[in-house]
Ligand binder design. Structure first.
Ligand SMILES: [Zn+2]
Ligand SMILES: [Zn+2]
Ligand SMILES: [Zn+2]
Ligand SMILES: [Zn+2]
Ligand SMILES: [Zn+2]
Length: 671
């Protein structure tokens, strides 16, 4: 069949060509040099296959189908909260720059109201963010030349070849090790990578050595007071159920200040109370991760994202917790089997108990089972875990969790949105959380009212639609089924925005709540016993860019093919995610806002920022020790440090000093 068996002797790092020795046949033992990767079918010594199945990463333009790759500089990626993604009907999409620009040209009002048709969906162009295309050469040194995008590593001892994934080969750590070895003057030989079989033959290595090899462990992630409490609660619950399992590690992997700016219609509305609507709702964003060592390697098995709106947050969000995402993969191992829910429930109950102790009064949960193909937090879960789940089933699961909290006296009652907000007098009493359904629905209903009264006064609908066309698609799910806009505006004709208008709005919102009955759960925490003060929030700021938001994690995994569709993949992806957390790639940490000590995850969360006059980067005023007032010029602490370092000669002679020489002069003049 034209194929010969051969042993791969080596691969030249520069030319990327392989040297082989033929096995069997008349020329048994003959050597062949300079063989291209595409002519080989390597057999992985771990999985015994050439091709490792991968979920195809999103890499073509959804409009024209062109591959998004070098020499393109960048492409446009869909970014949206879950509420928006669900109402738009898509979770991922990407456009090439040409299609993006075309979409923008096609609309009069620029990006704000431009839409692009993807499949059968109309998606606002404003939901796309520019993403640089990294050349594969920069991404990975073991660039294969075939189209299968497989990456291979060779054991320095037994010379066998392995897929990175199969061998849990941490290419980033190995590269760092090699260059550290080269810098330290050590011979690069002997620092090569060893396959698992060869590693086992060596004496056990110290934790430090394992770290250098890029093997990752949950213990490398710092614990926090909250993570310790949650981890203890999980261990306790498993013990109470007489479940034995390798210890489950729980970590708070993100704990940042954040803010949810109010939507325009809420701000513009003349509320009957006469009070202005708050301009923003500050909250603390938390991410909790649970990990377990499965078959010797760490695996992320559970993740949760939550928003905590504290006592200092304005009403109606005050003292409310919103659990925005919960996701898991089924790799938790225990005896007897079948205690995944025990673990997840224990974790959630413990978290709710903690929130109550810290003075929170309500928790809101959006019961939204992922539809087939949806990815929430974990990328490419196994196909059998991606079958659509019934909402009733998920709701029943949460109710069981809340029942447990009730039994623990953490929660005293719970129900749907309507149960909680049946007697409200104004729509502004409904808490709106970042990325939540109601954050879209309530302003959309308000805007509908505005439109309706415009119809009444001048009868022009078309223009009015165009003005807010950007959100037309977002409003779609908020419209009552079959509710004809014409009929509604007829009823509202000539109605001024008075008290009856606000009652009407409350009715409309409650109608939506009735329609979405079952989609939401609101629980009331039991009041703390008399005399017991709420505990202070003792969590330090925890920020890892790659997991600070669900989207950051999902997109990182998509881009680097970090899948969770098999245990081995989950082990590999966990290793690479933990490595990225502890050793962030320069590209991602270099492109962010604010200071390394930033309390807001170095993200633009809508809170007040100020630009540095020297480096032009933006800084949260809340993260700075000193904030200039008025027109005073501002030089960020990083630039001040850099200037000091420059003056002290640390950077003398390199390109950086030239840059600083020009700006240092400006700074001296400006001060
Ligand atoms: Zn393999
Ligand atoms: Zn395109
Ligand atoms: Zn080996
Ligand atoms: Zn900051
Ligand atoms: Zn600066």
């Amino acid at each position: 069949n034209g194929w010969r068996s051969a042993a791969v002797l080596s691969r030249d790092a520069t030319s990327k060509l392989y040297a082989l020795r033929l096995i069997g046949g008349v020329d048994d033992g003959a050597s062949i040099a300079h063989v291209r990767h595409s002519l080989l079918r390597l057999r992985c010594a771990t999985c015994l296959k050439h091709a490792l199945l991968m979920q195809r990463p999103p890499c073509d333009c959804d409009k024209c189908g062109r591959p998004l790759q070098h020499p393109m500089r960048s492409f446009w990626e869909f970014h949206a909260d879950m509420a928006e993604a669900i109402s738009l009907g898509i979770t991922t999409a990407q456009l090439c720059s040409t299609c993006y620009k075309e979409g923008r040209r096609g609309s009069r009002g620029g990006v704000t109201d431009a839409h692009v048709t993807i499949g059968i969906r109309e998606v606002p162009l404003s939901k796309f963010q520019e993403t640089p295309i990294r050349r594969r050469r920069n991404l990975q040194s073991e660039e294969p030349e075939d189209s299968e995008q497989q990456n291979w590593a060779q054991c320095a001892e037994c010379s066998t070849w392995h897929h990175w994934v199969c061998a849990l080969y941490n290419q980033r750590a190995q590269t760092a090790k090699q260059s550290a070895g080269a810098e330290g003057g050590e011979a690069v030989q002997g620092t090569g990578w060893l396959c698992q079989a060869c590693t086992l033959k060596k004496p056990p290595r110290a934790a430090k050595e394992r770290e250098v090899e890029g093997e990752m462990d949950a213990s490398m992630l710092p614990e926090t007071p909250l993570s310790k409490r949650l981890q203890a609660a999980v261990a306790h619950a498993l013990e109470a159920h007489q479940v034995t399992a390798e210890e489950v590690s729980v970590r708070t992997v993100s704990s940042c200040k954040a803010s949810s700016p109010a939507k325009q219609p809420m701000l513009q509305r003349q509320w009957s109370s006469g009070e202005a609507y708050p301009s923003e709702f500050p909250f603390r964003s938390r991410a909790v991760m649970a990990l377990q060592r499965v078959e010797g390697h760490e695996v992320i098995i559970f993740m949760m994202y939550a928003q905590e709106y504290g006592a200092d947050c304005p009403q109606p969000n005050t003292r409310r917790v919103y659990i925005s995402y919960v996701d898991s993969v089924r790799y938790f191992r225990c005896t007897p089997e079948g205690h995944r829910s025990t673990l997840y429930r224990a974790l959630l109950c413990a978290y709710l108990g903690d929130c109550r102790a810290r003075g929170y009064q309500h928790v809101h949960i959006w019961v939204e089972p992922p539809r087939a193909g949806d990815e929430y937090i974990f990328y490419a879960r196994p196909p059998e875990e991606r079958k659509p789940m019934k909402r009733e089933k998920l709701r029943a699961w949460y109710c069981k969790m809340l029942e447990r909290s009730k039994a623990e006296n953490v929660v005293y009652k719970y129900g749907g949105m309507l149960d909680e907000f049946r007697s409200i007098k104004s729509a502004r009493q409904i808490p709106l959380f970042k990325g939540d359904q109601w954050e879209i629905t309530v302003p959309a209903l308000l805007q509908d009212e505005g439109e309706s009264s415009a119809v009444g006064s001048c009868g022009v609908v078309k223009d009015e639609e165009d003005v807010c066309g950007g959100s037309a698609a977002l409003k779609a799910p908020a419209r009552p089924p079959g509710g004809a806009a014409g009929a509604r505006s007829q009823r509202l004709k000539g109605l001024p925005m008075n008290k009856s208008g606000s009652e009407d709005l409350v009715n409309k919102v409650q109608k939506q709540m009735r329609r979405l009955q079952g989609h939401f759960l609101v629980a009331n925490f039991s009041p703390l016993p008399d005399g017991q003060e709420p505990q202070a929030d003792d969590e330090p700021t925890v920020s890892y860019e790659v997991v600070n938001s669900r989207q950051a994690m999902l997109h990182h995994c998509m881009r680097h093919a970090l899948q969770f569709n098999s245990l081995r993949y989950a082990q590999y992806s966990t290793m690479m995610i933990l490595y990225e957390m502890l050793v962030p790639t320069v590209a991602s940490s270099g492109g962010s806002y604010c200071l390394p000590t930033c309390a807001r995850g170095r993200a633009d969360d809508g809170s007040m920022m100020i630009a540095c006059d020297v480096c032009d980067n933006w800084f949260h005023t809340g993260c700075l020790d000193e904030v200039p007032n008025g027109d005073e010029s501002f030089v960020c602490p990083l630039c001040v440090d850099a200037k000091t370092a420059y003056i002290e000669g640390e950077f003398a002679g390199d390109a950086f000093s030239e840059l600083m020489a020009s700006t240092a002069g400006d700074m001296a003049g400006g001060r």
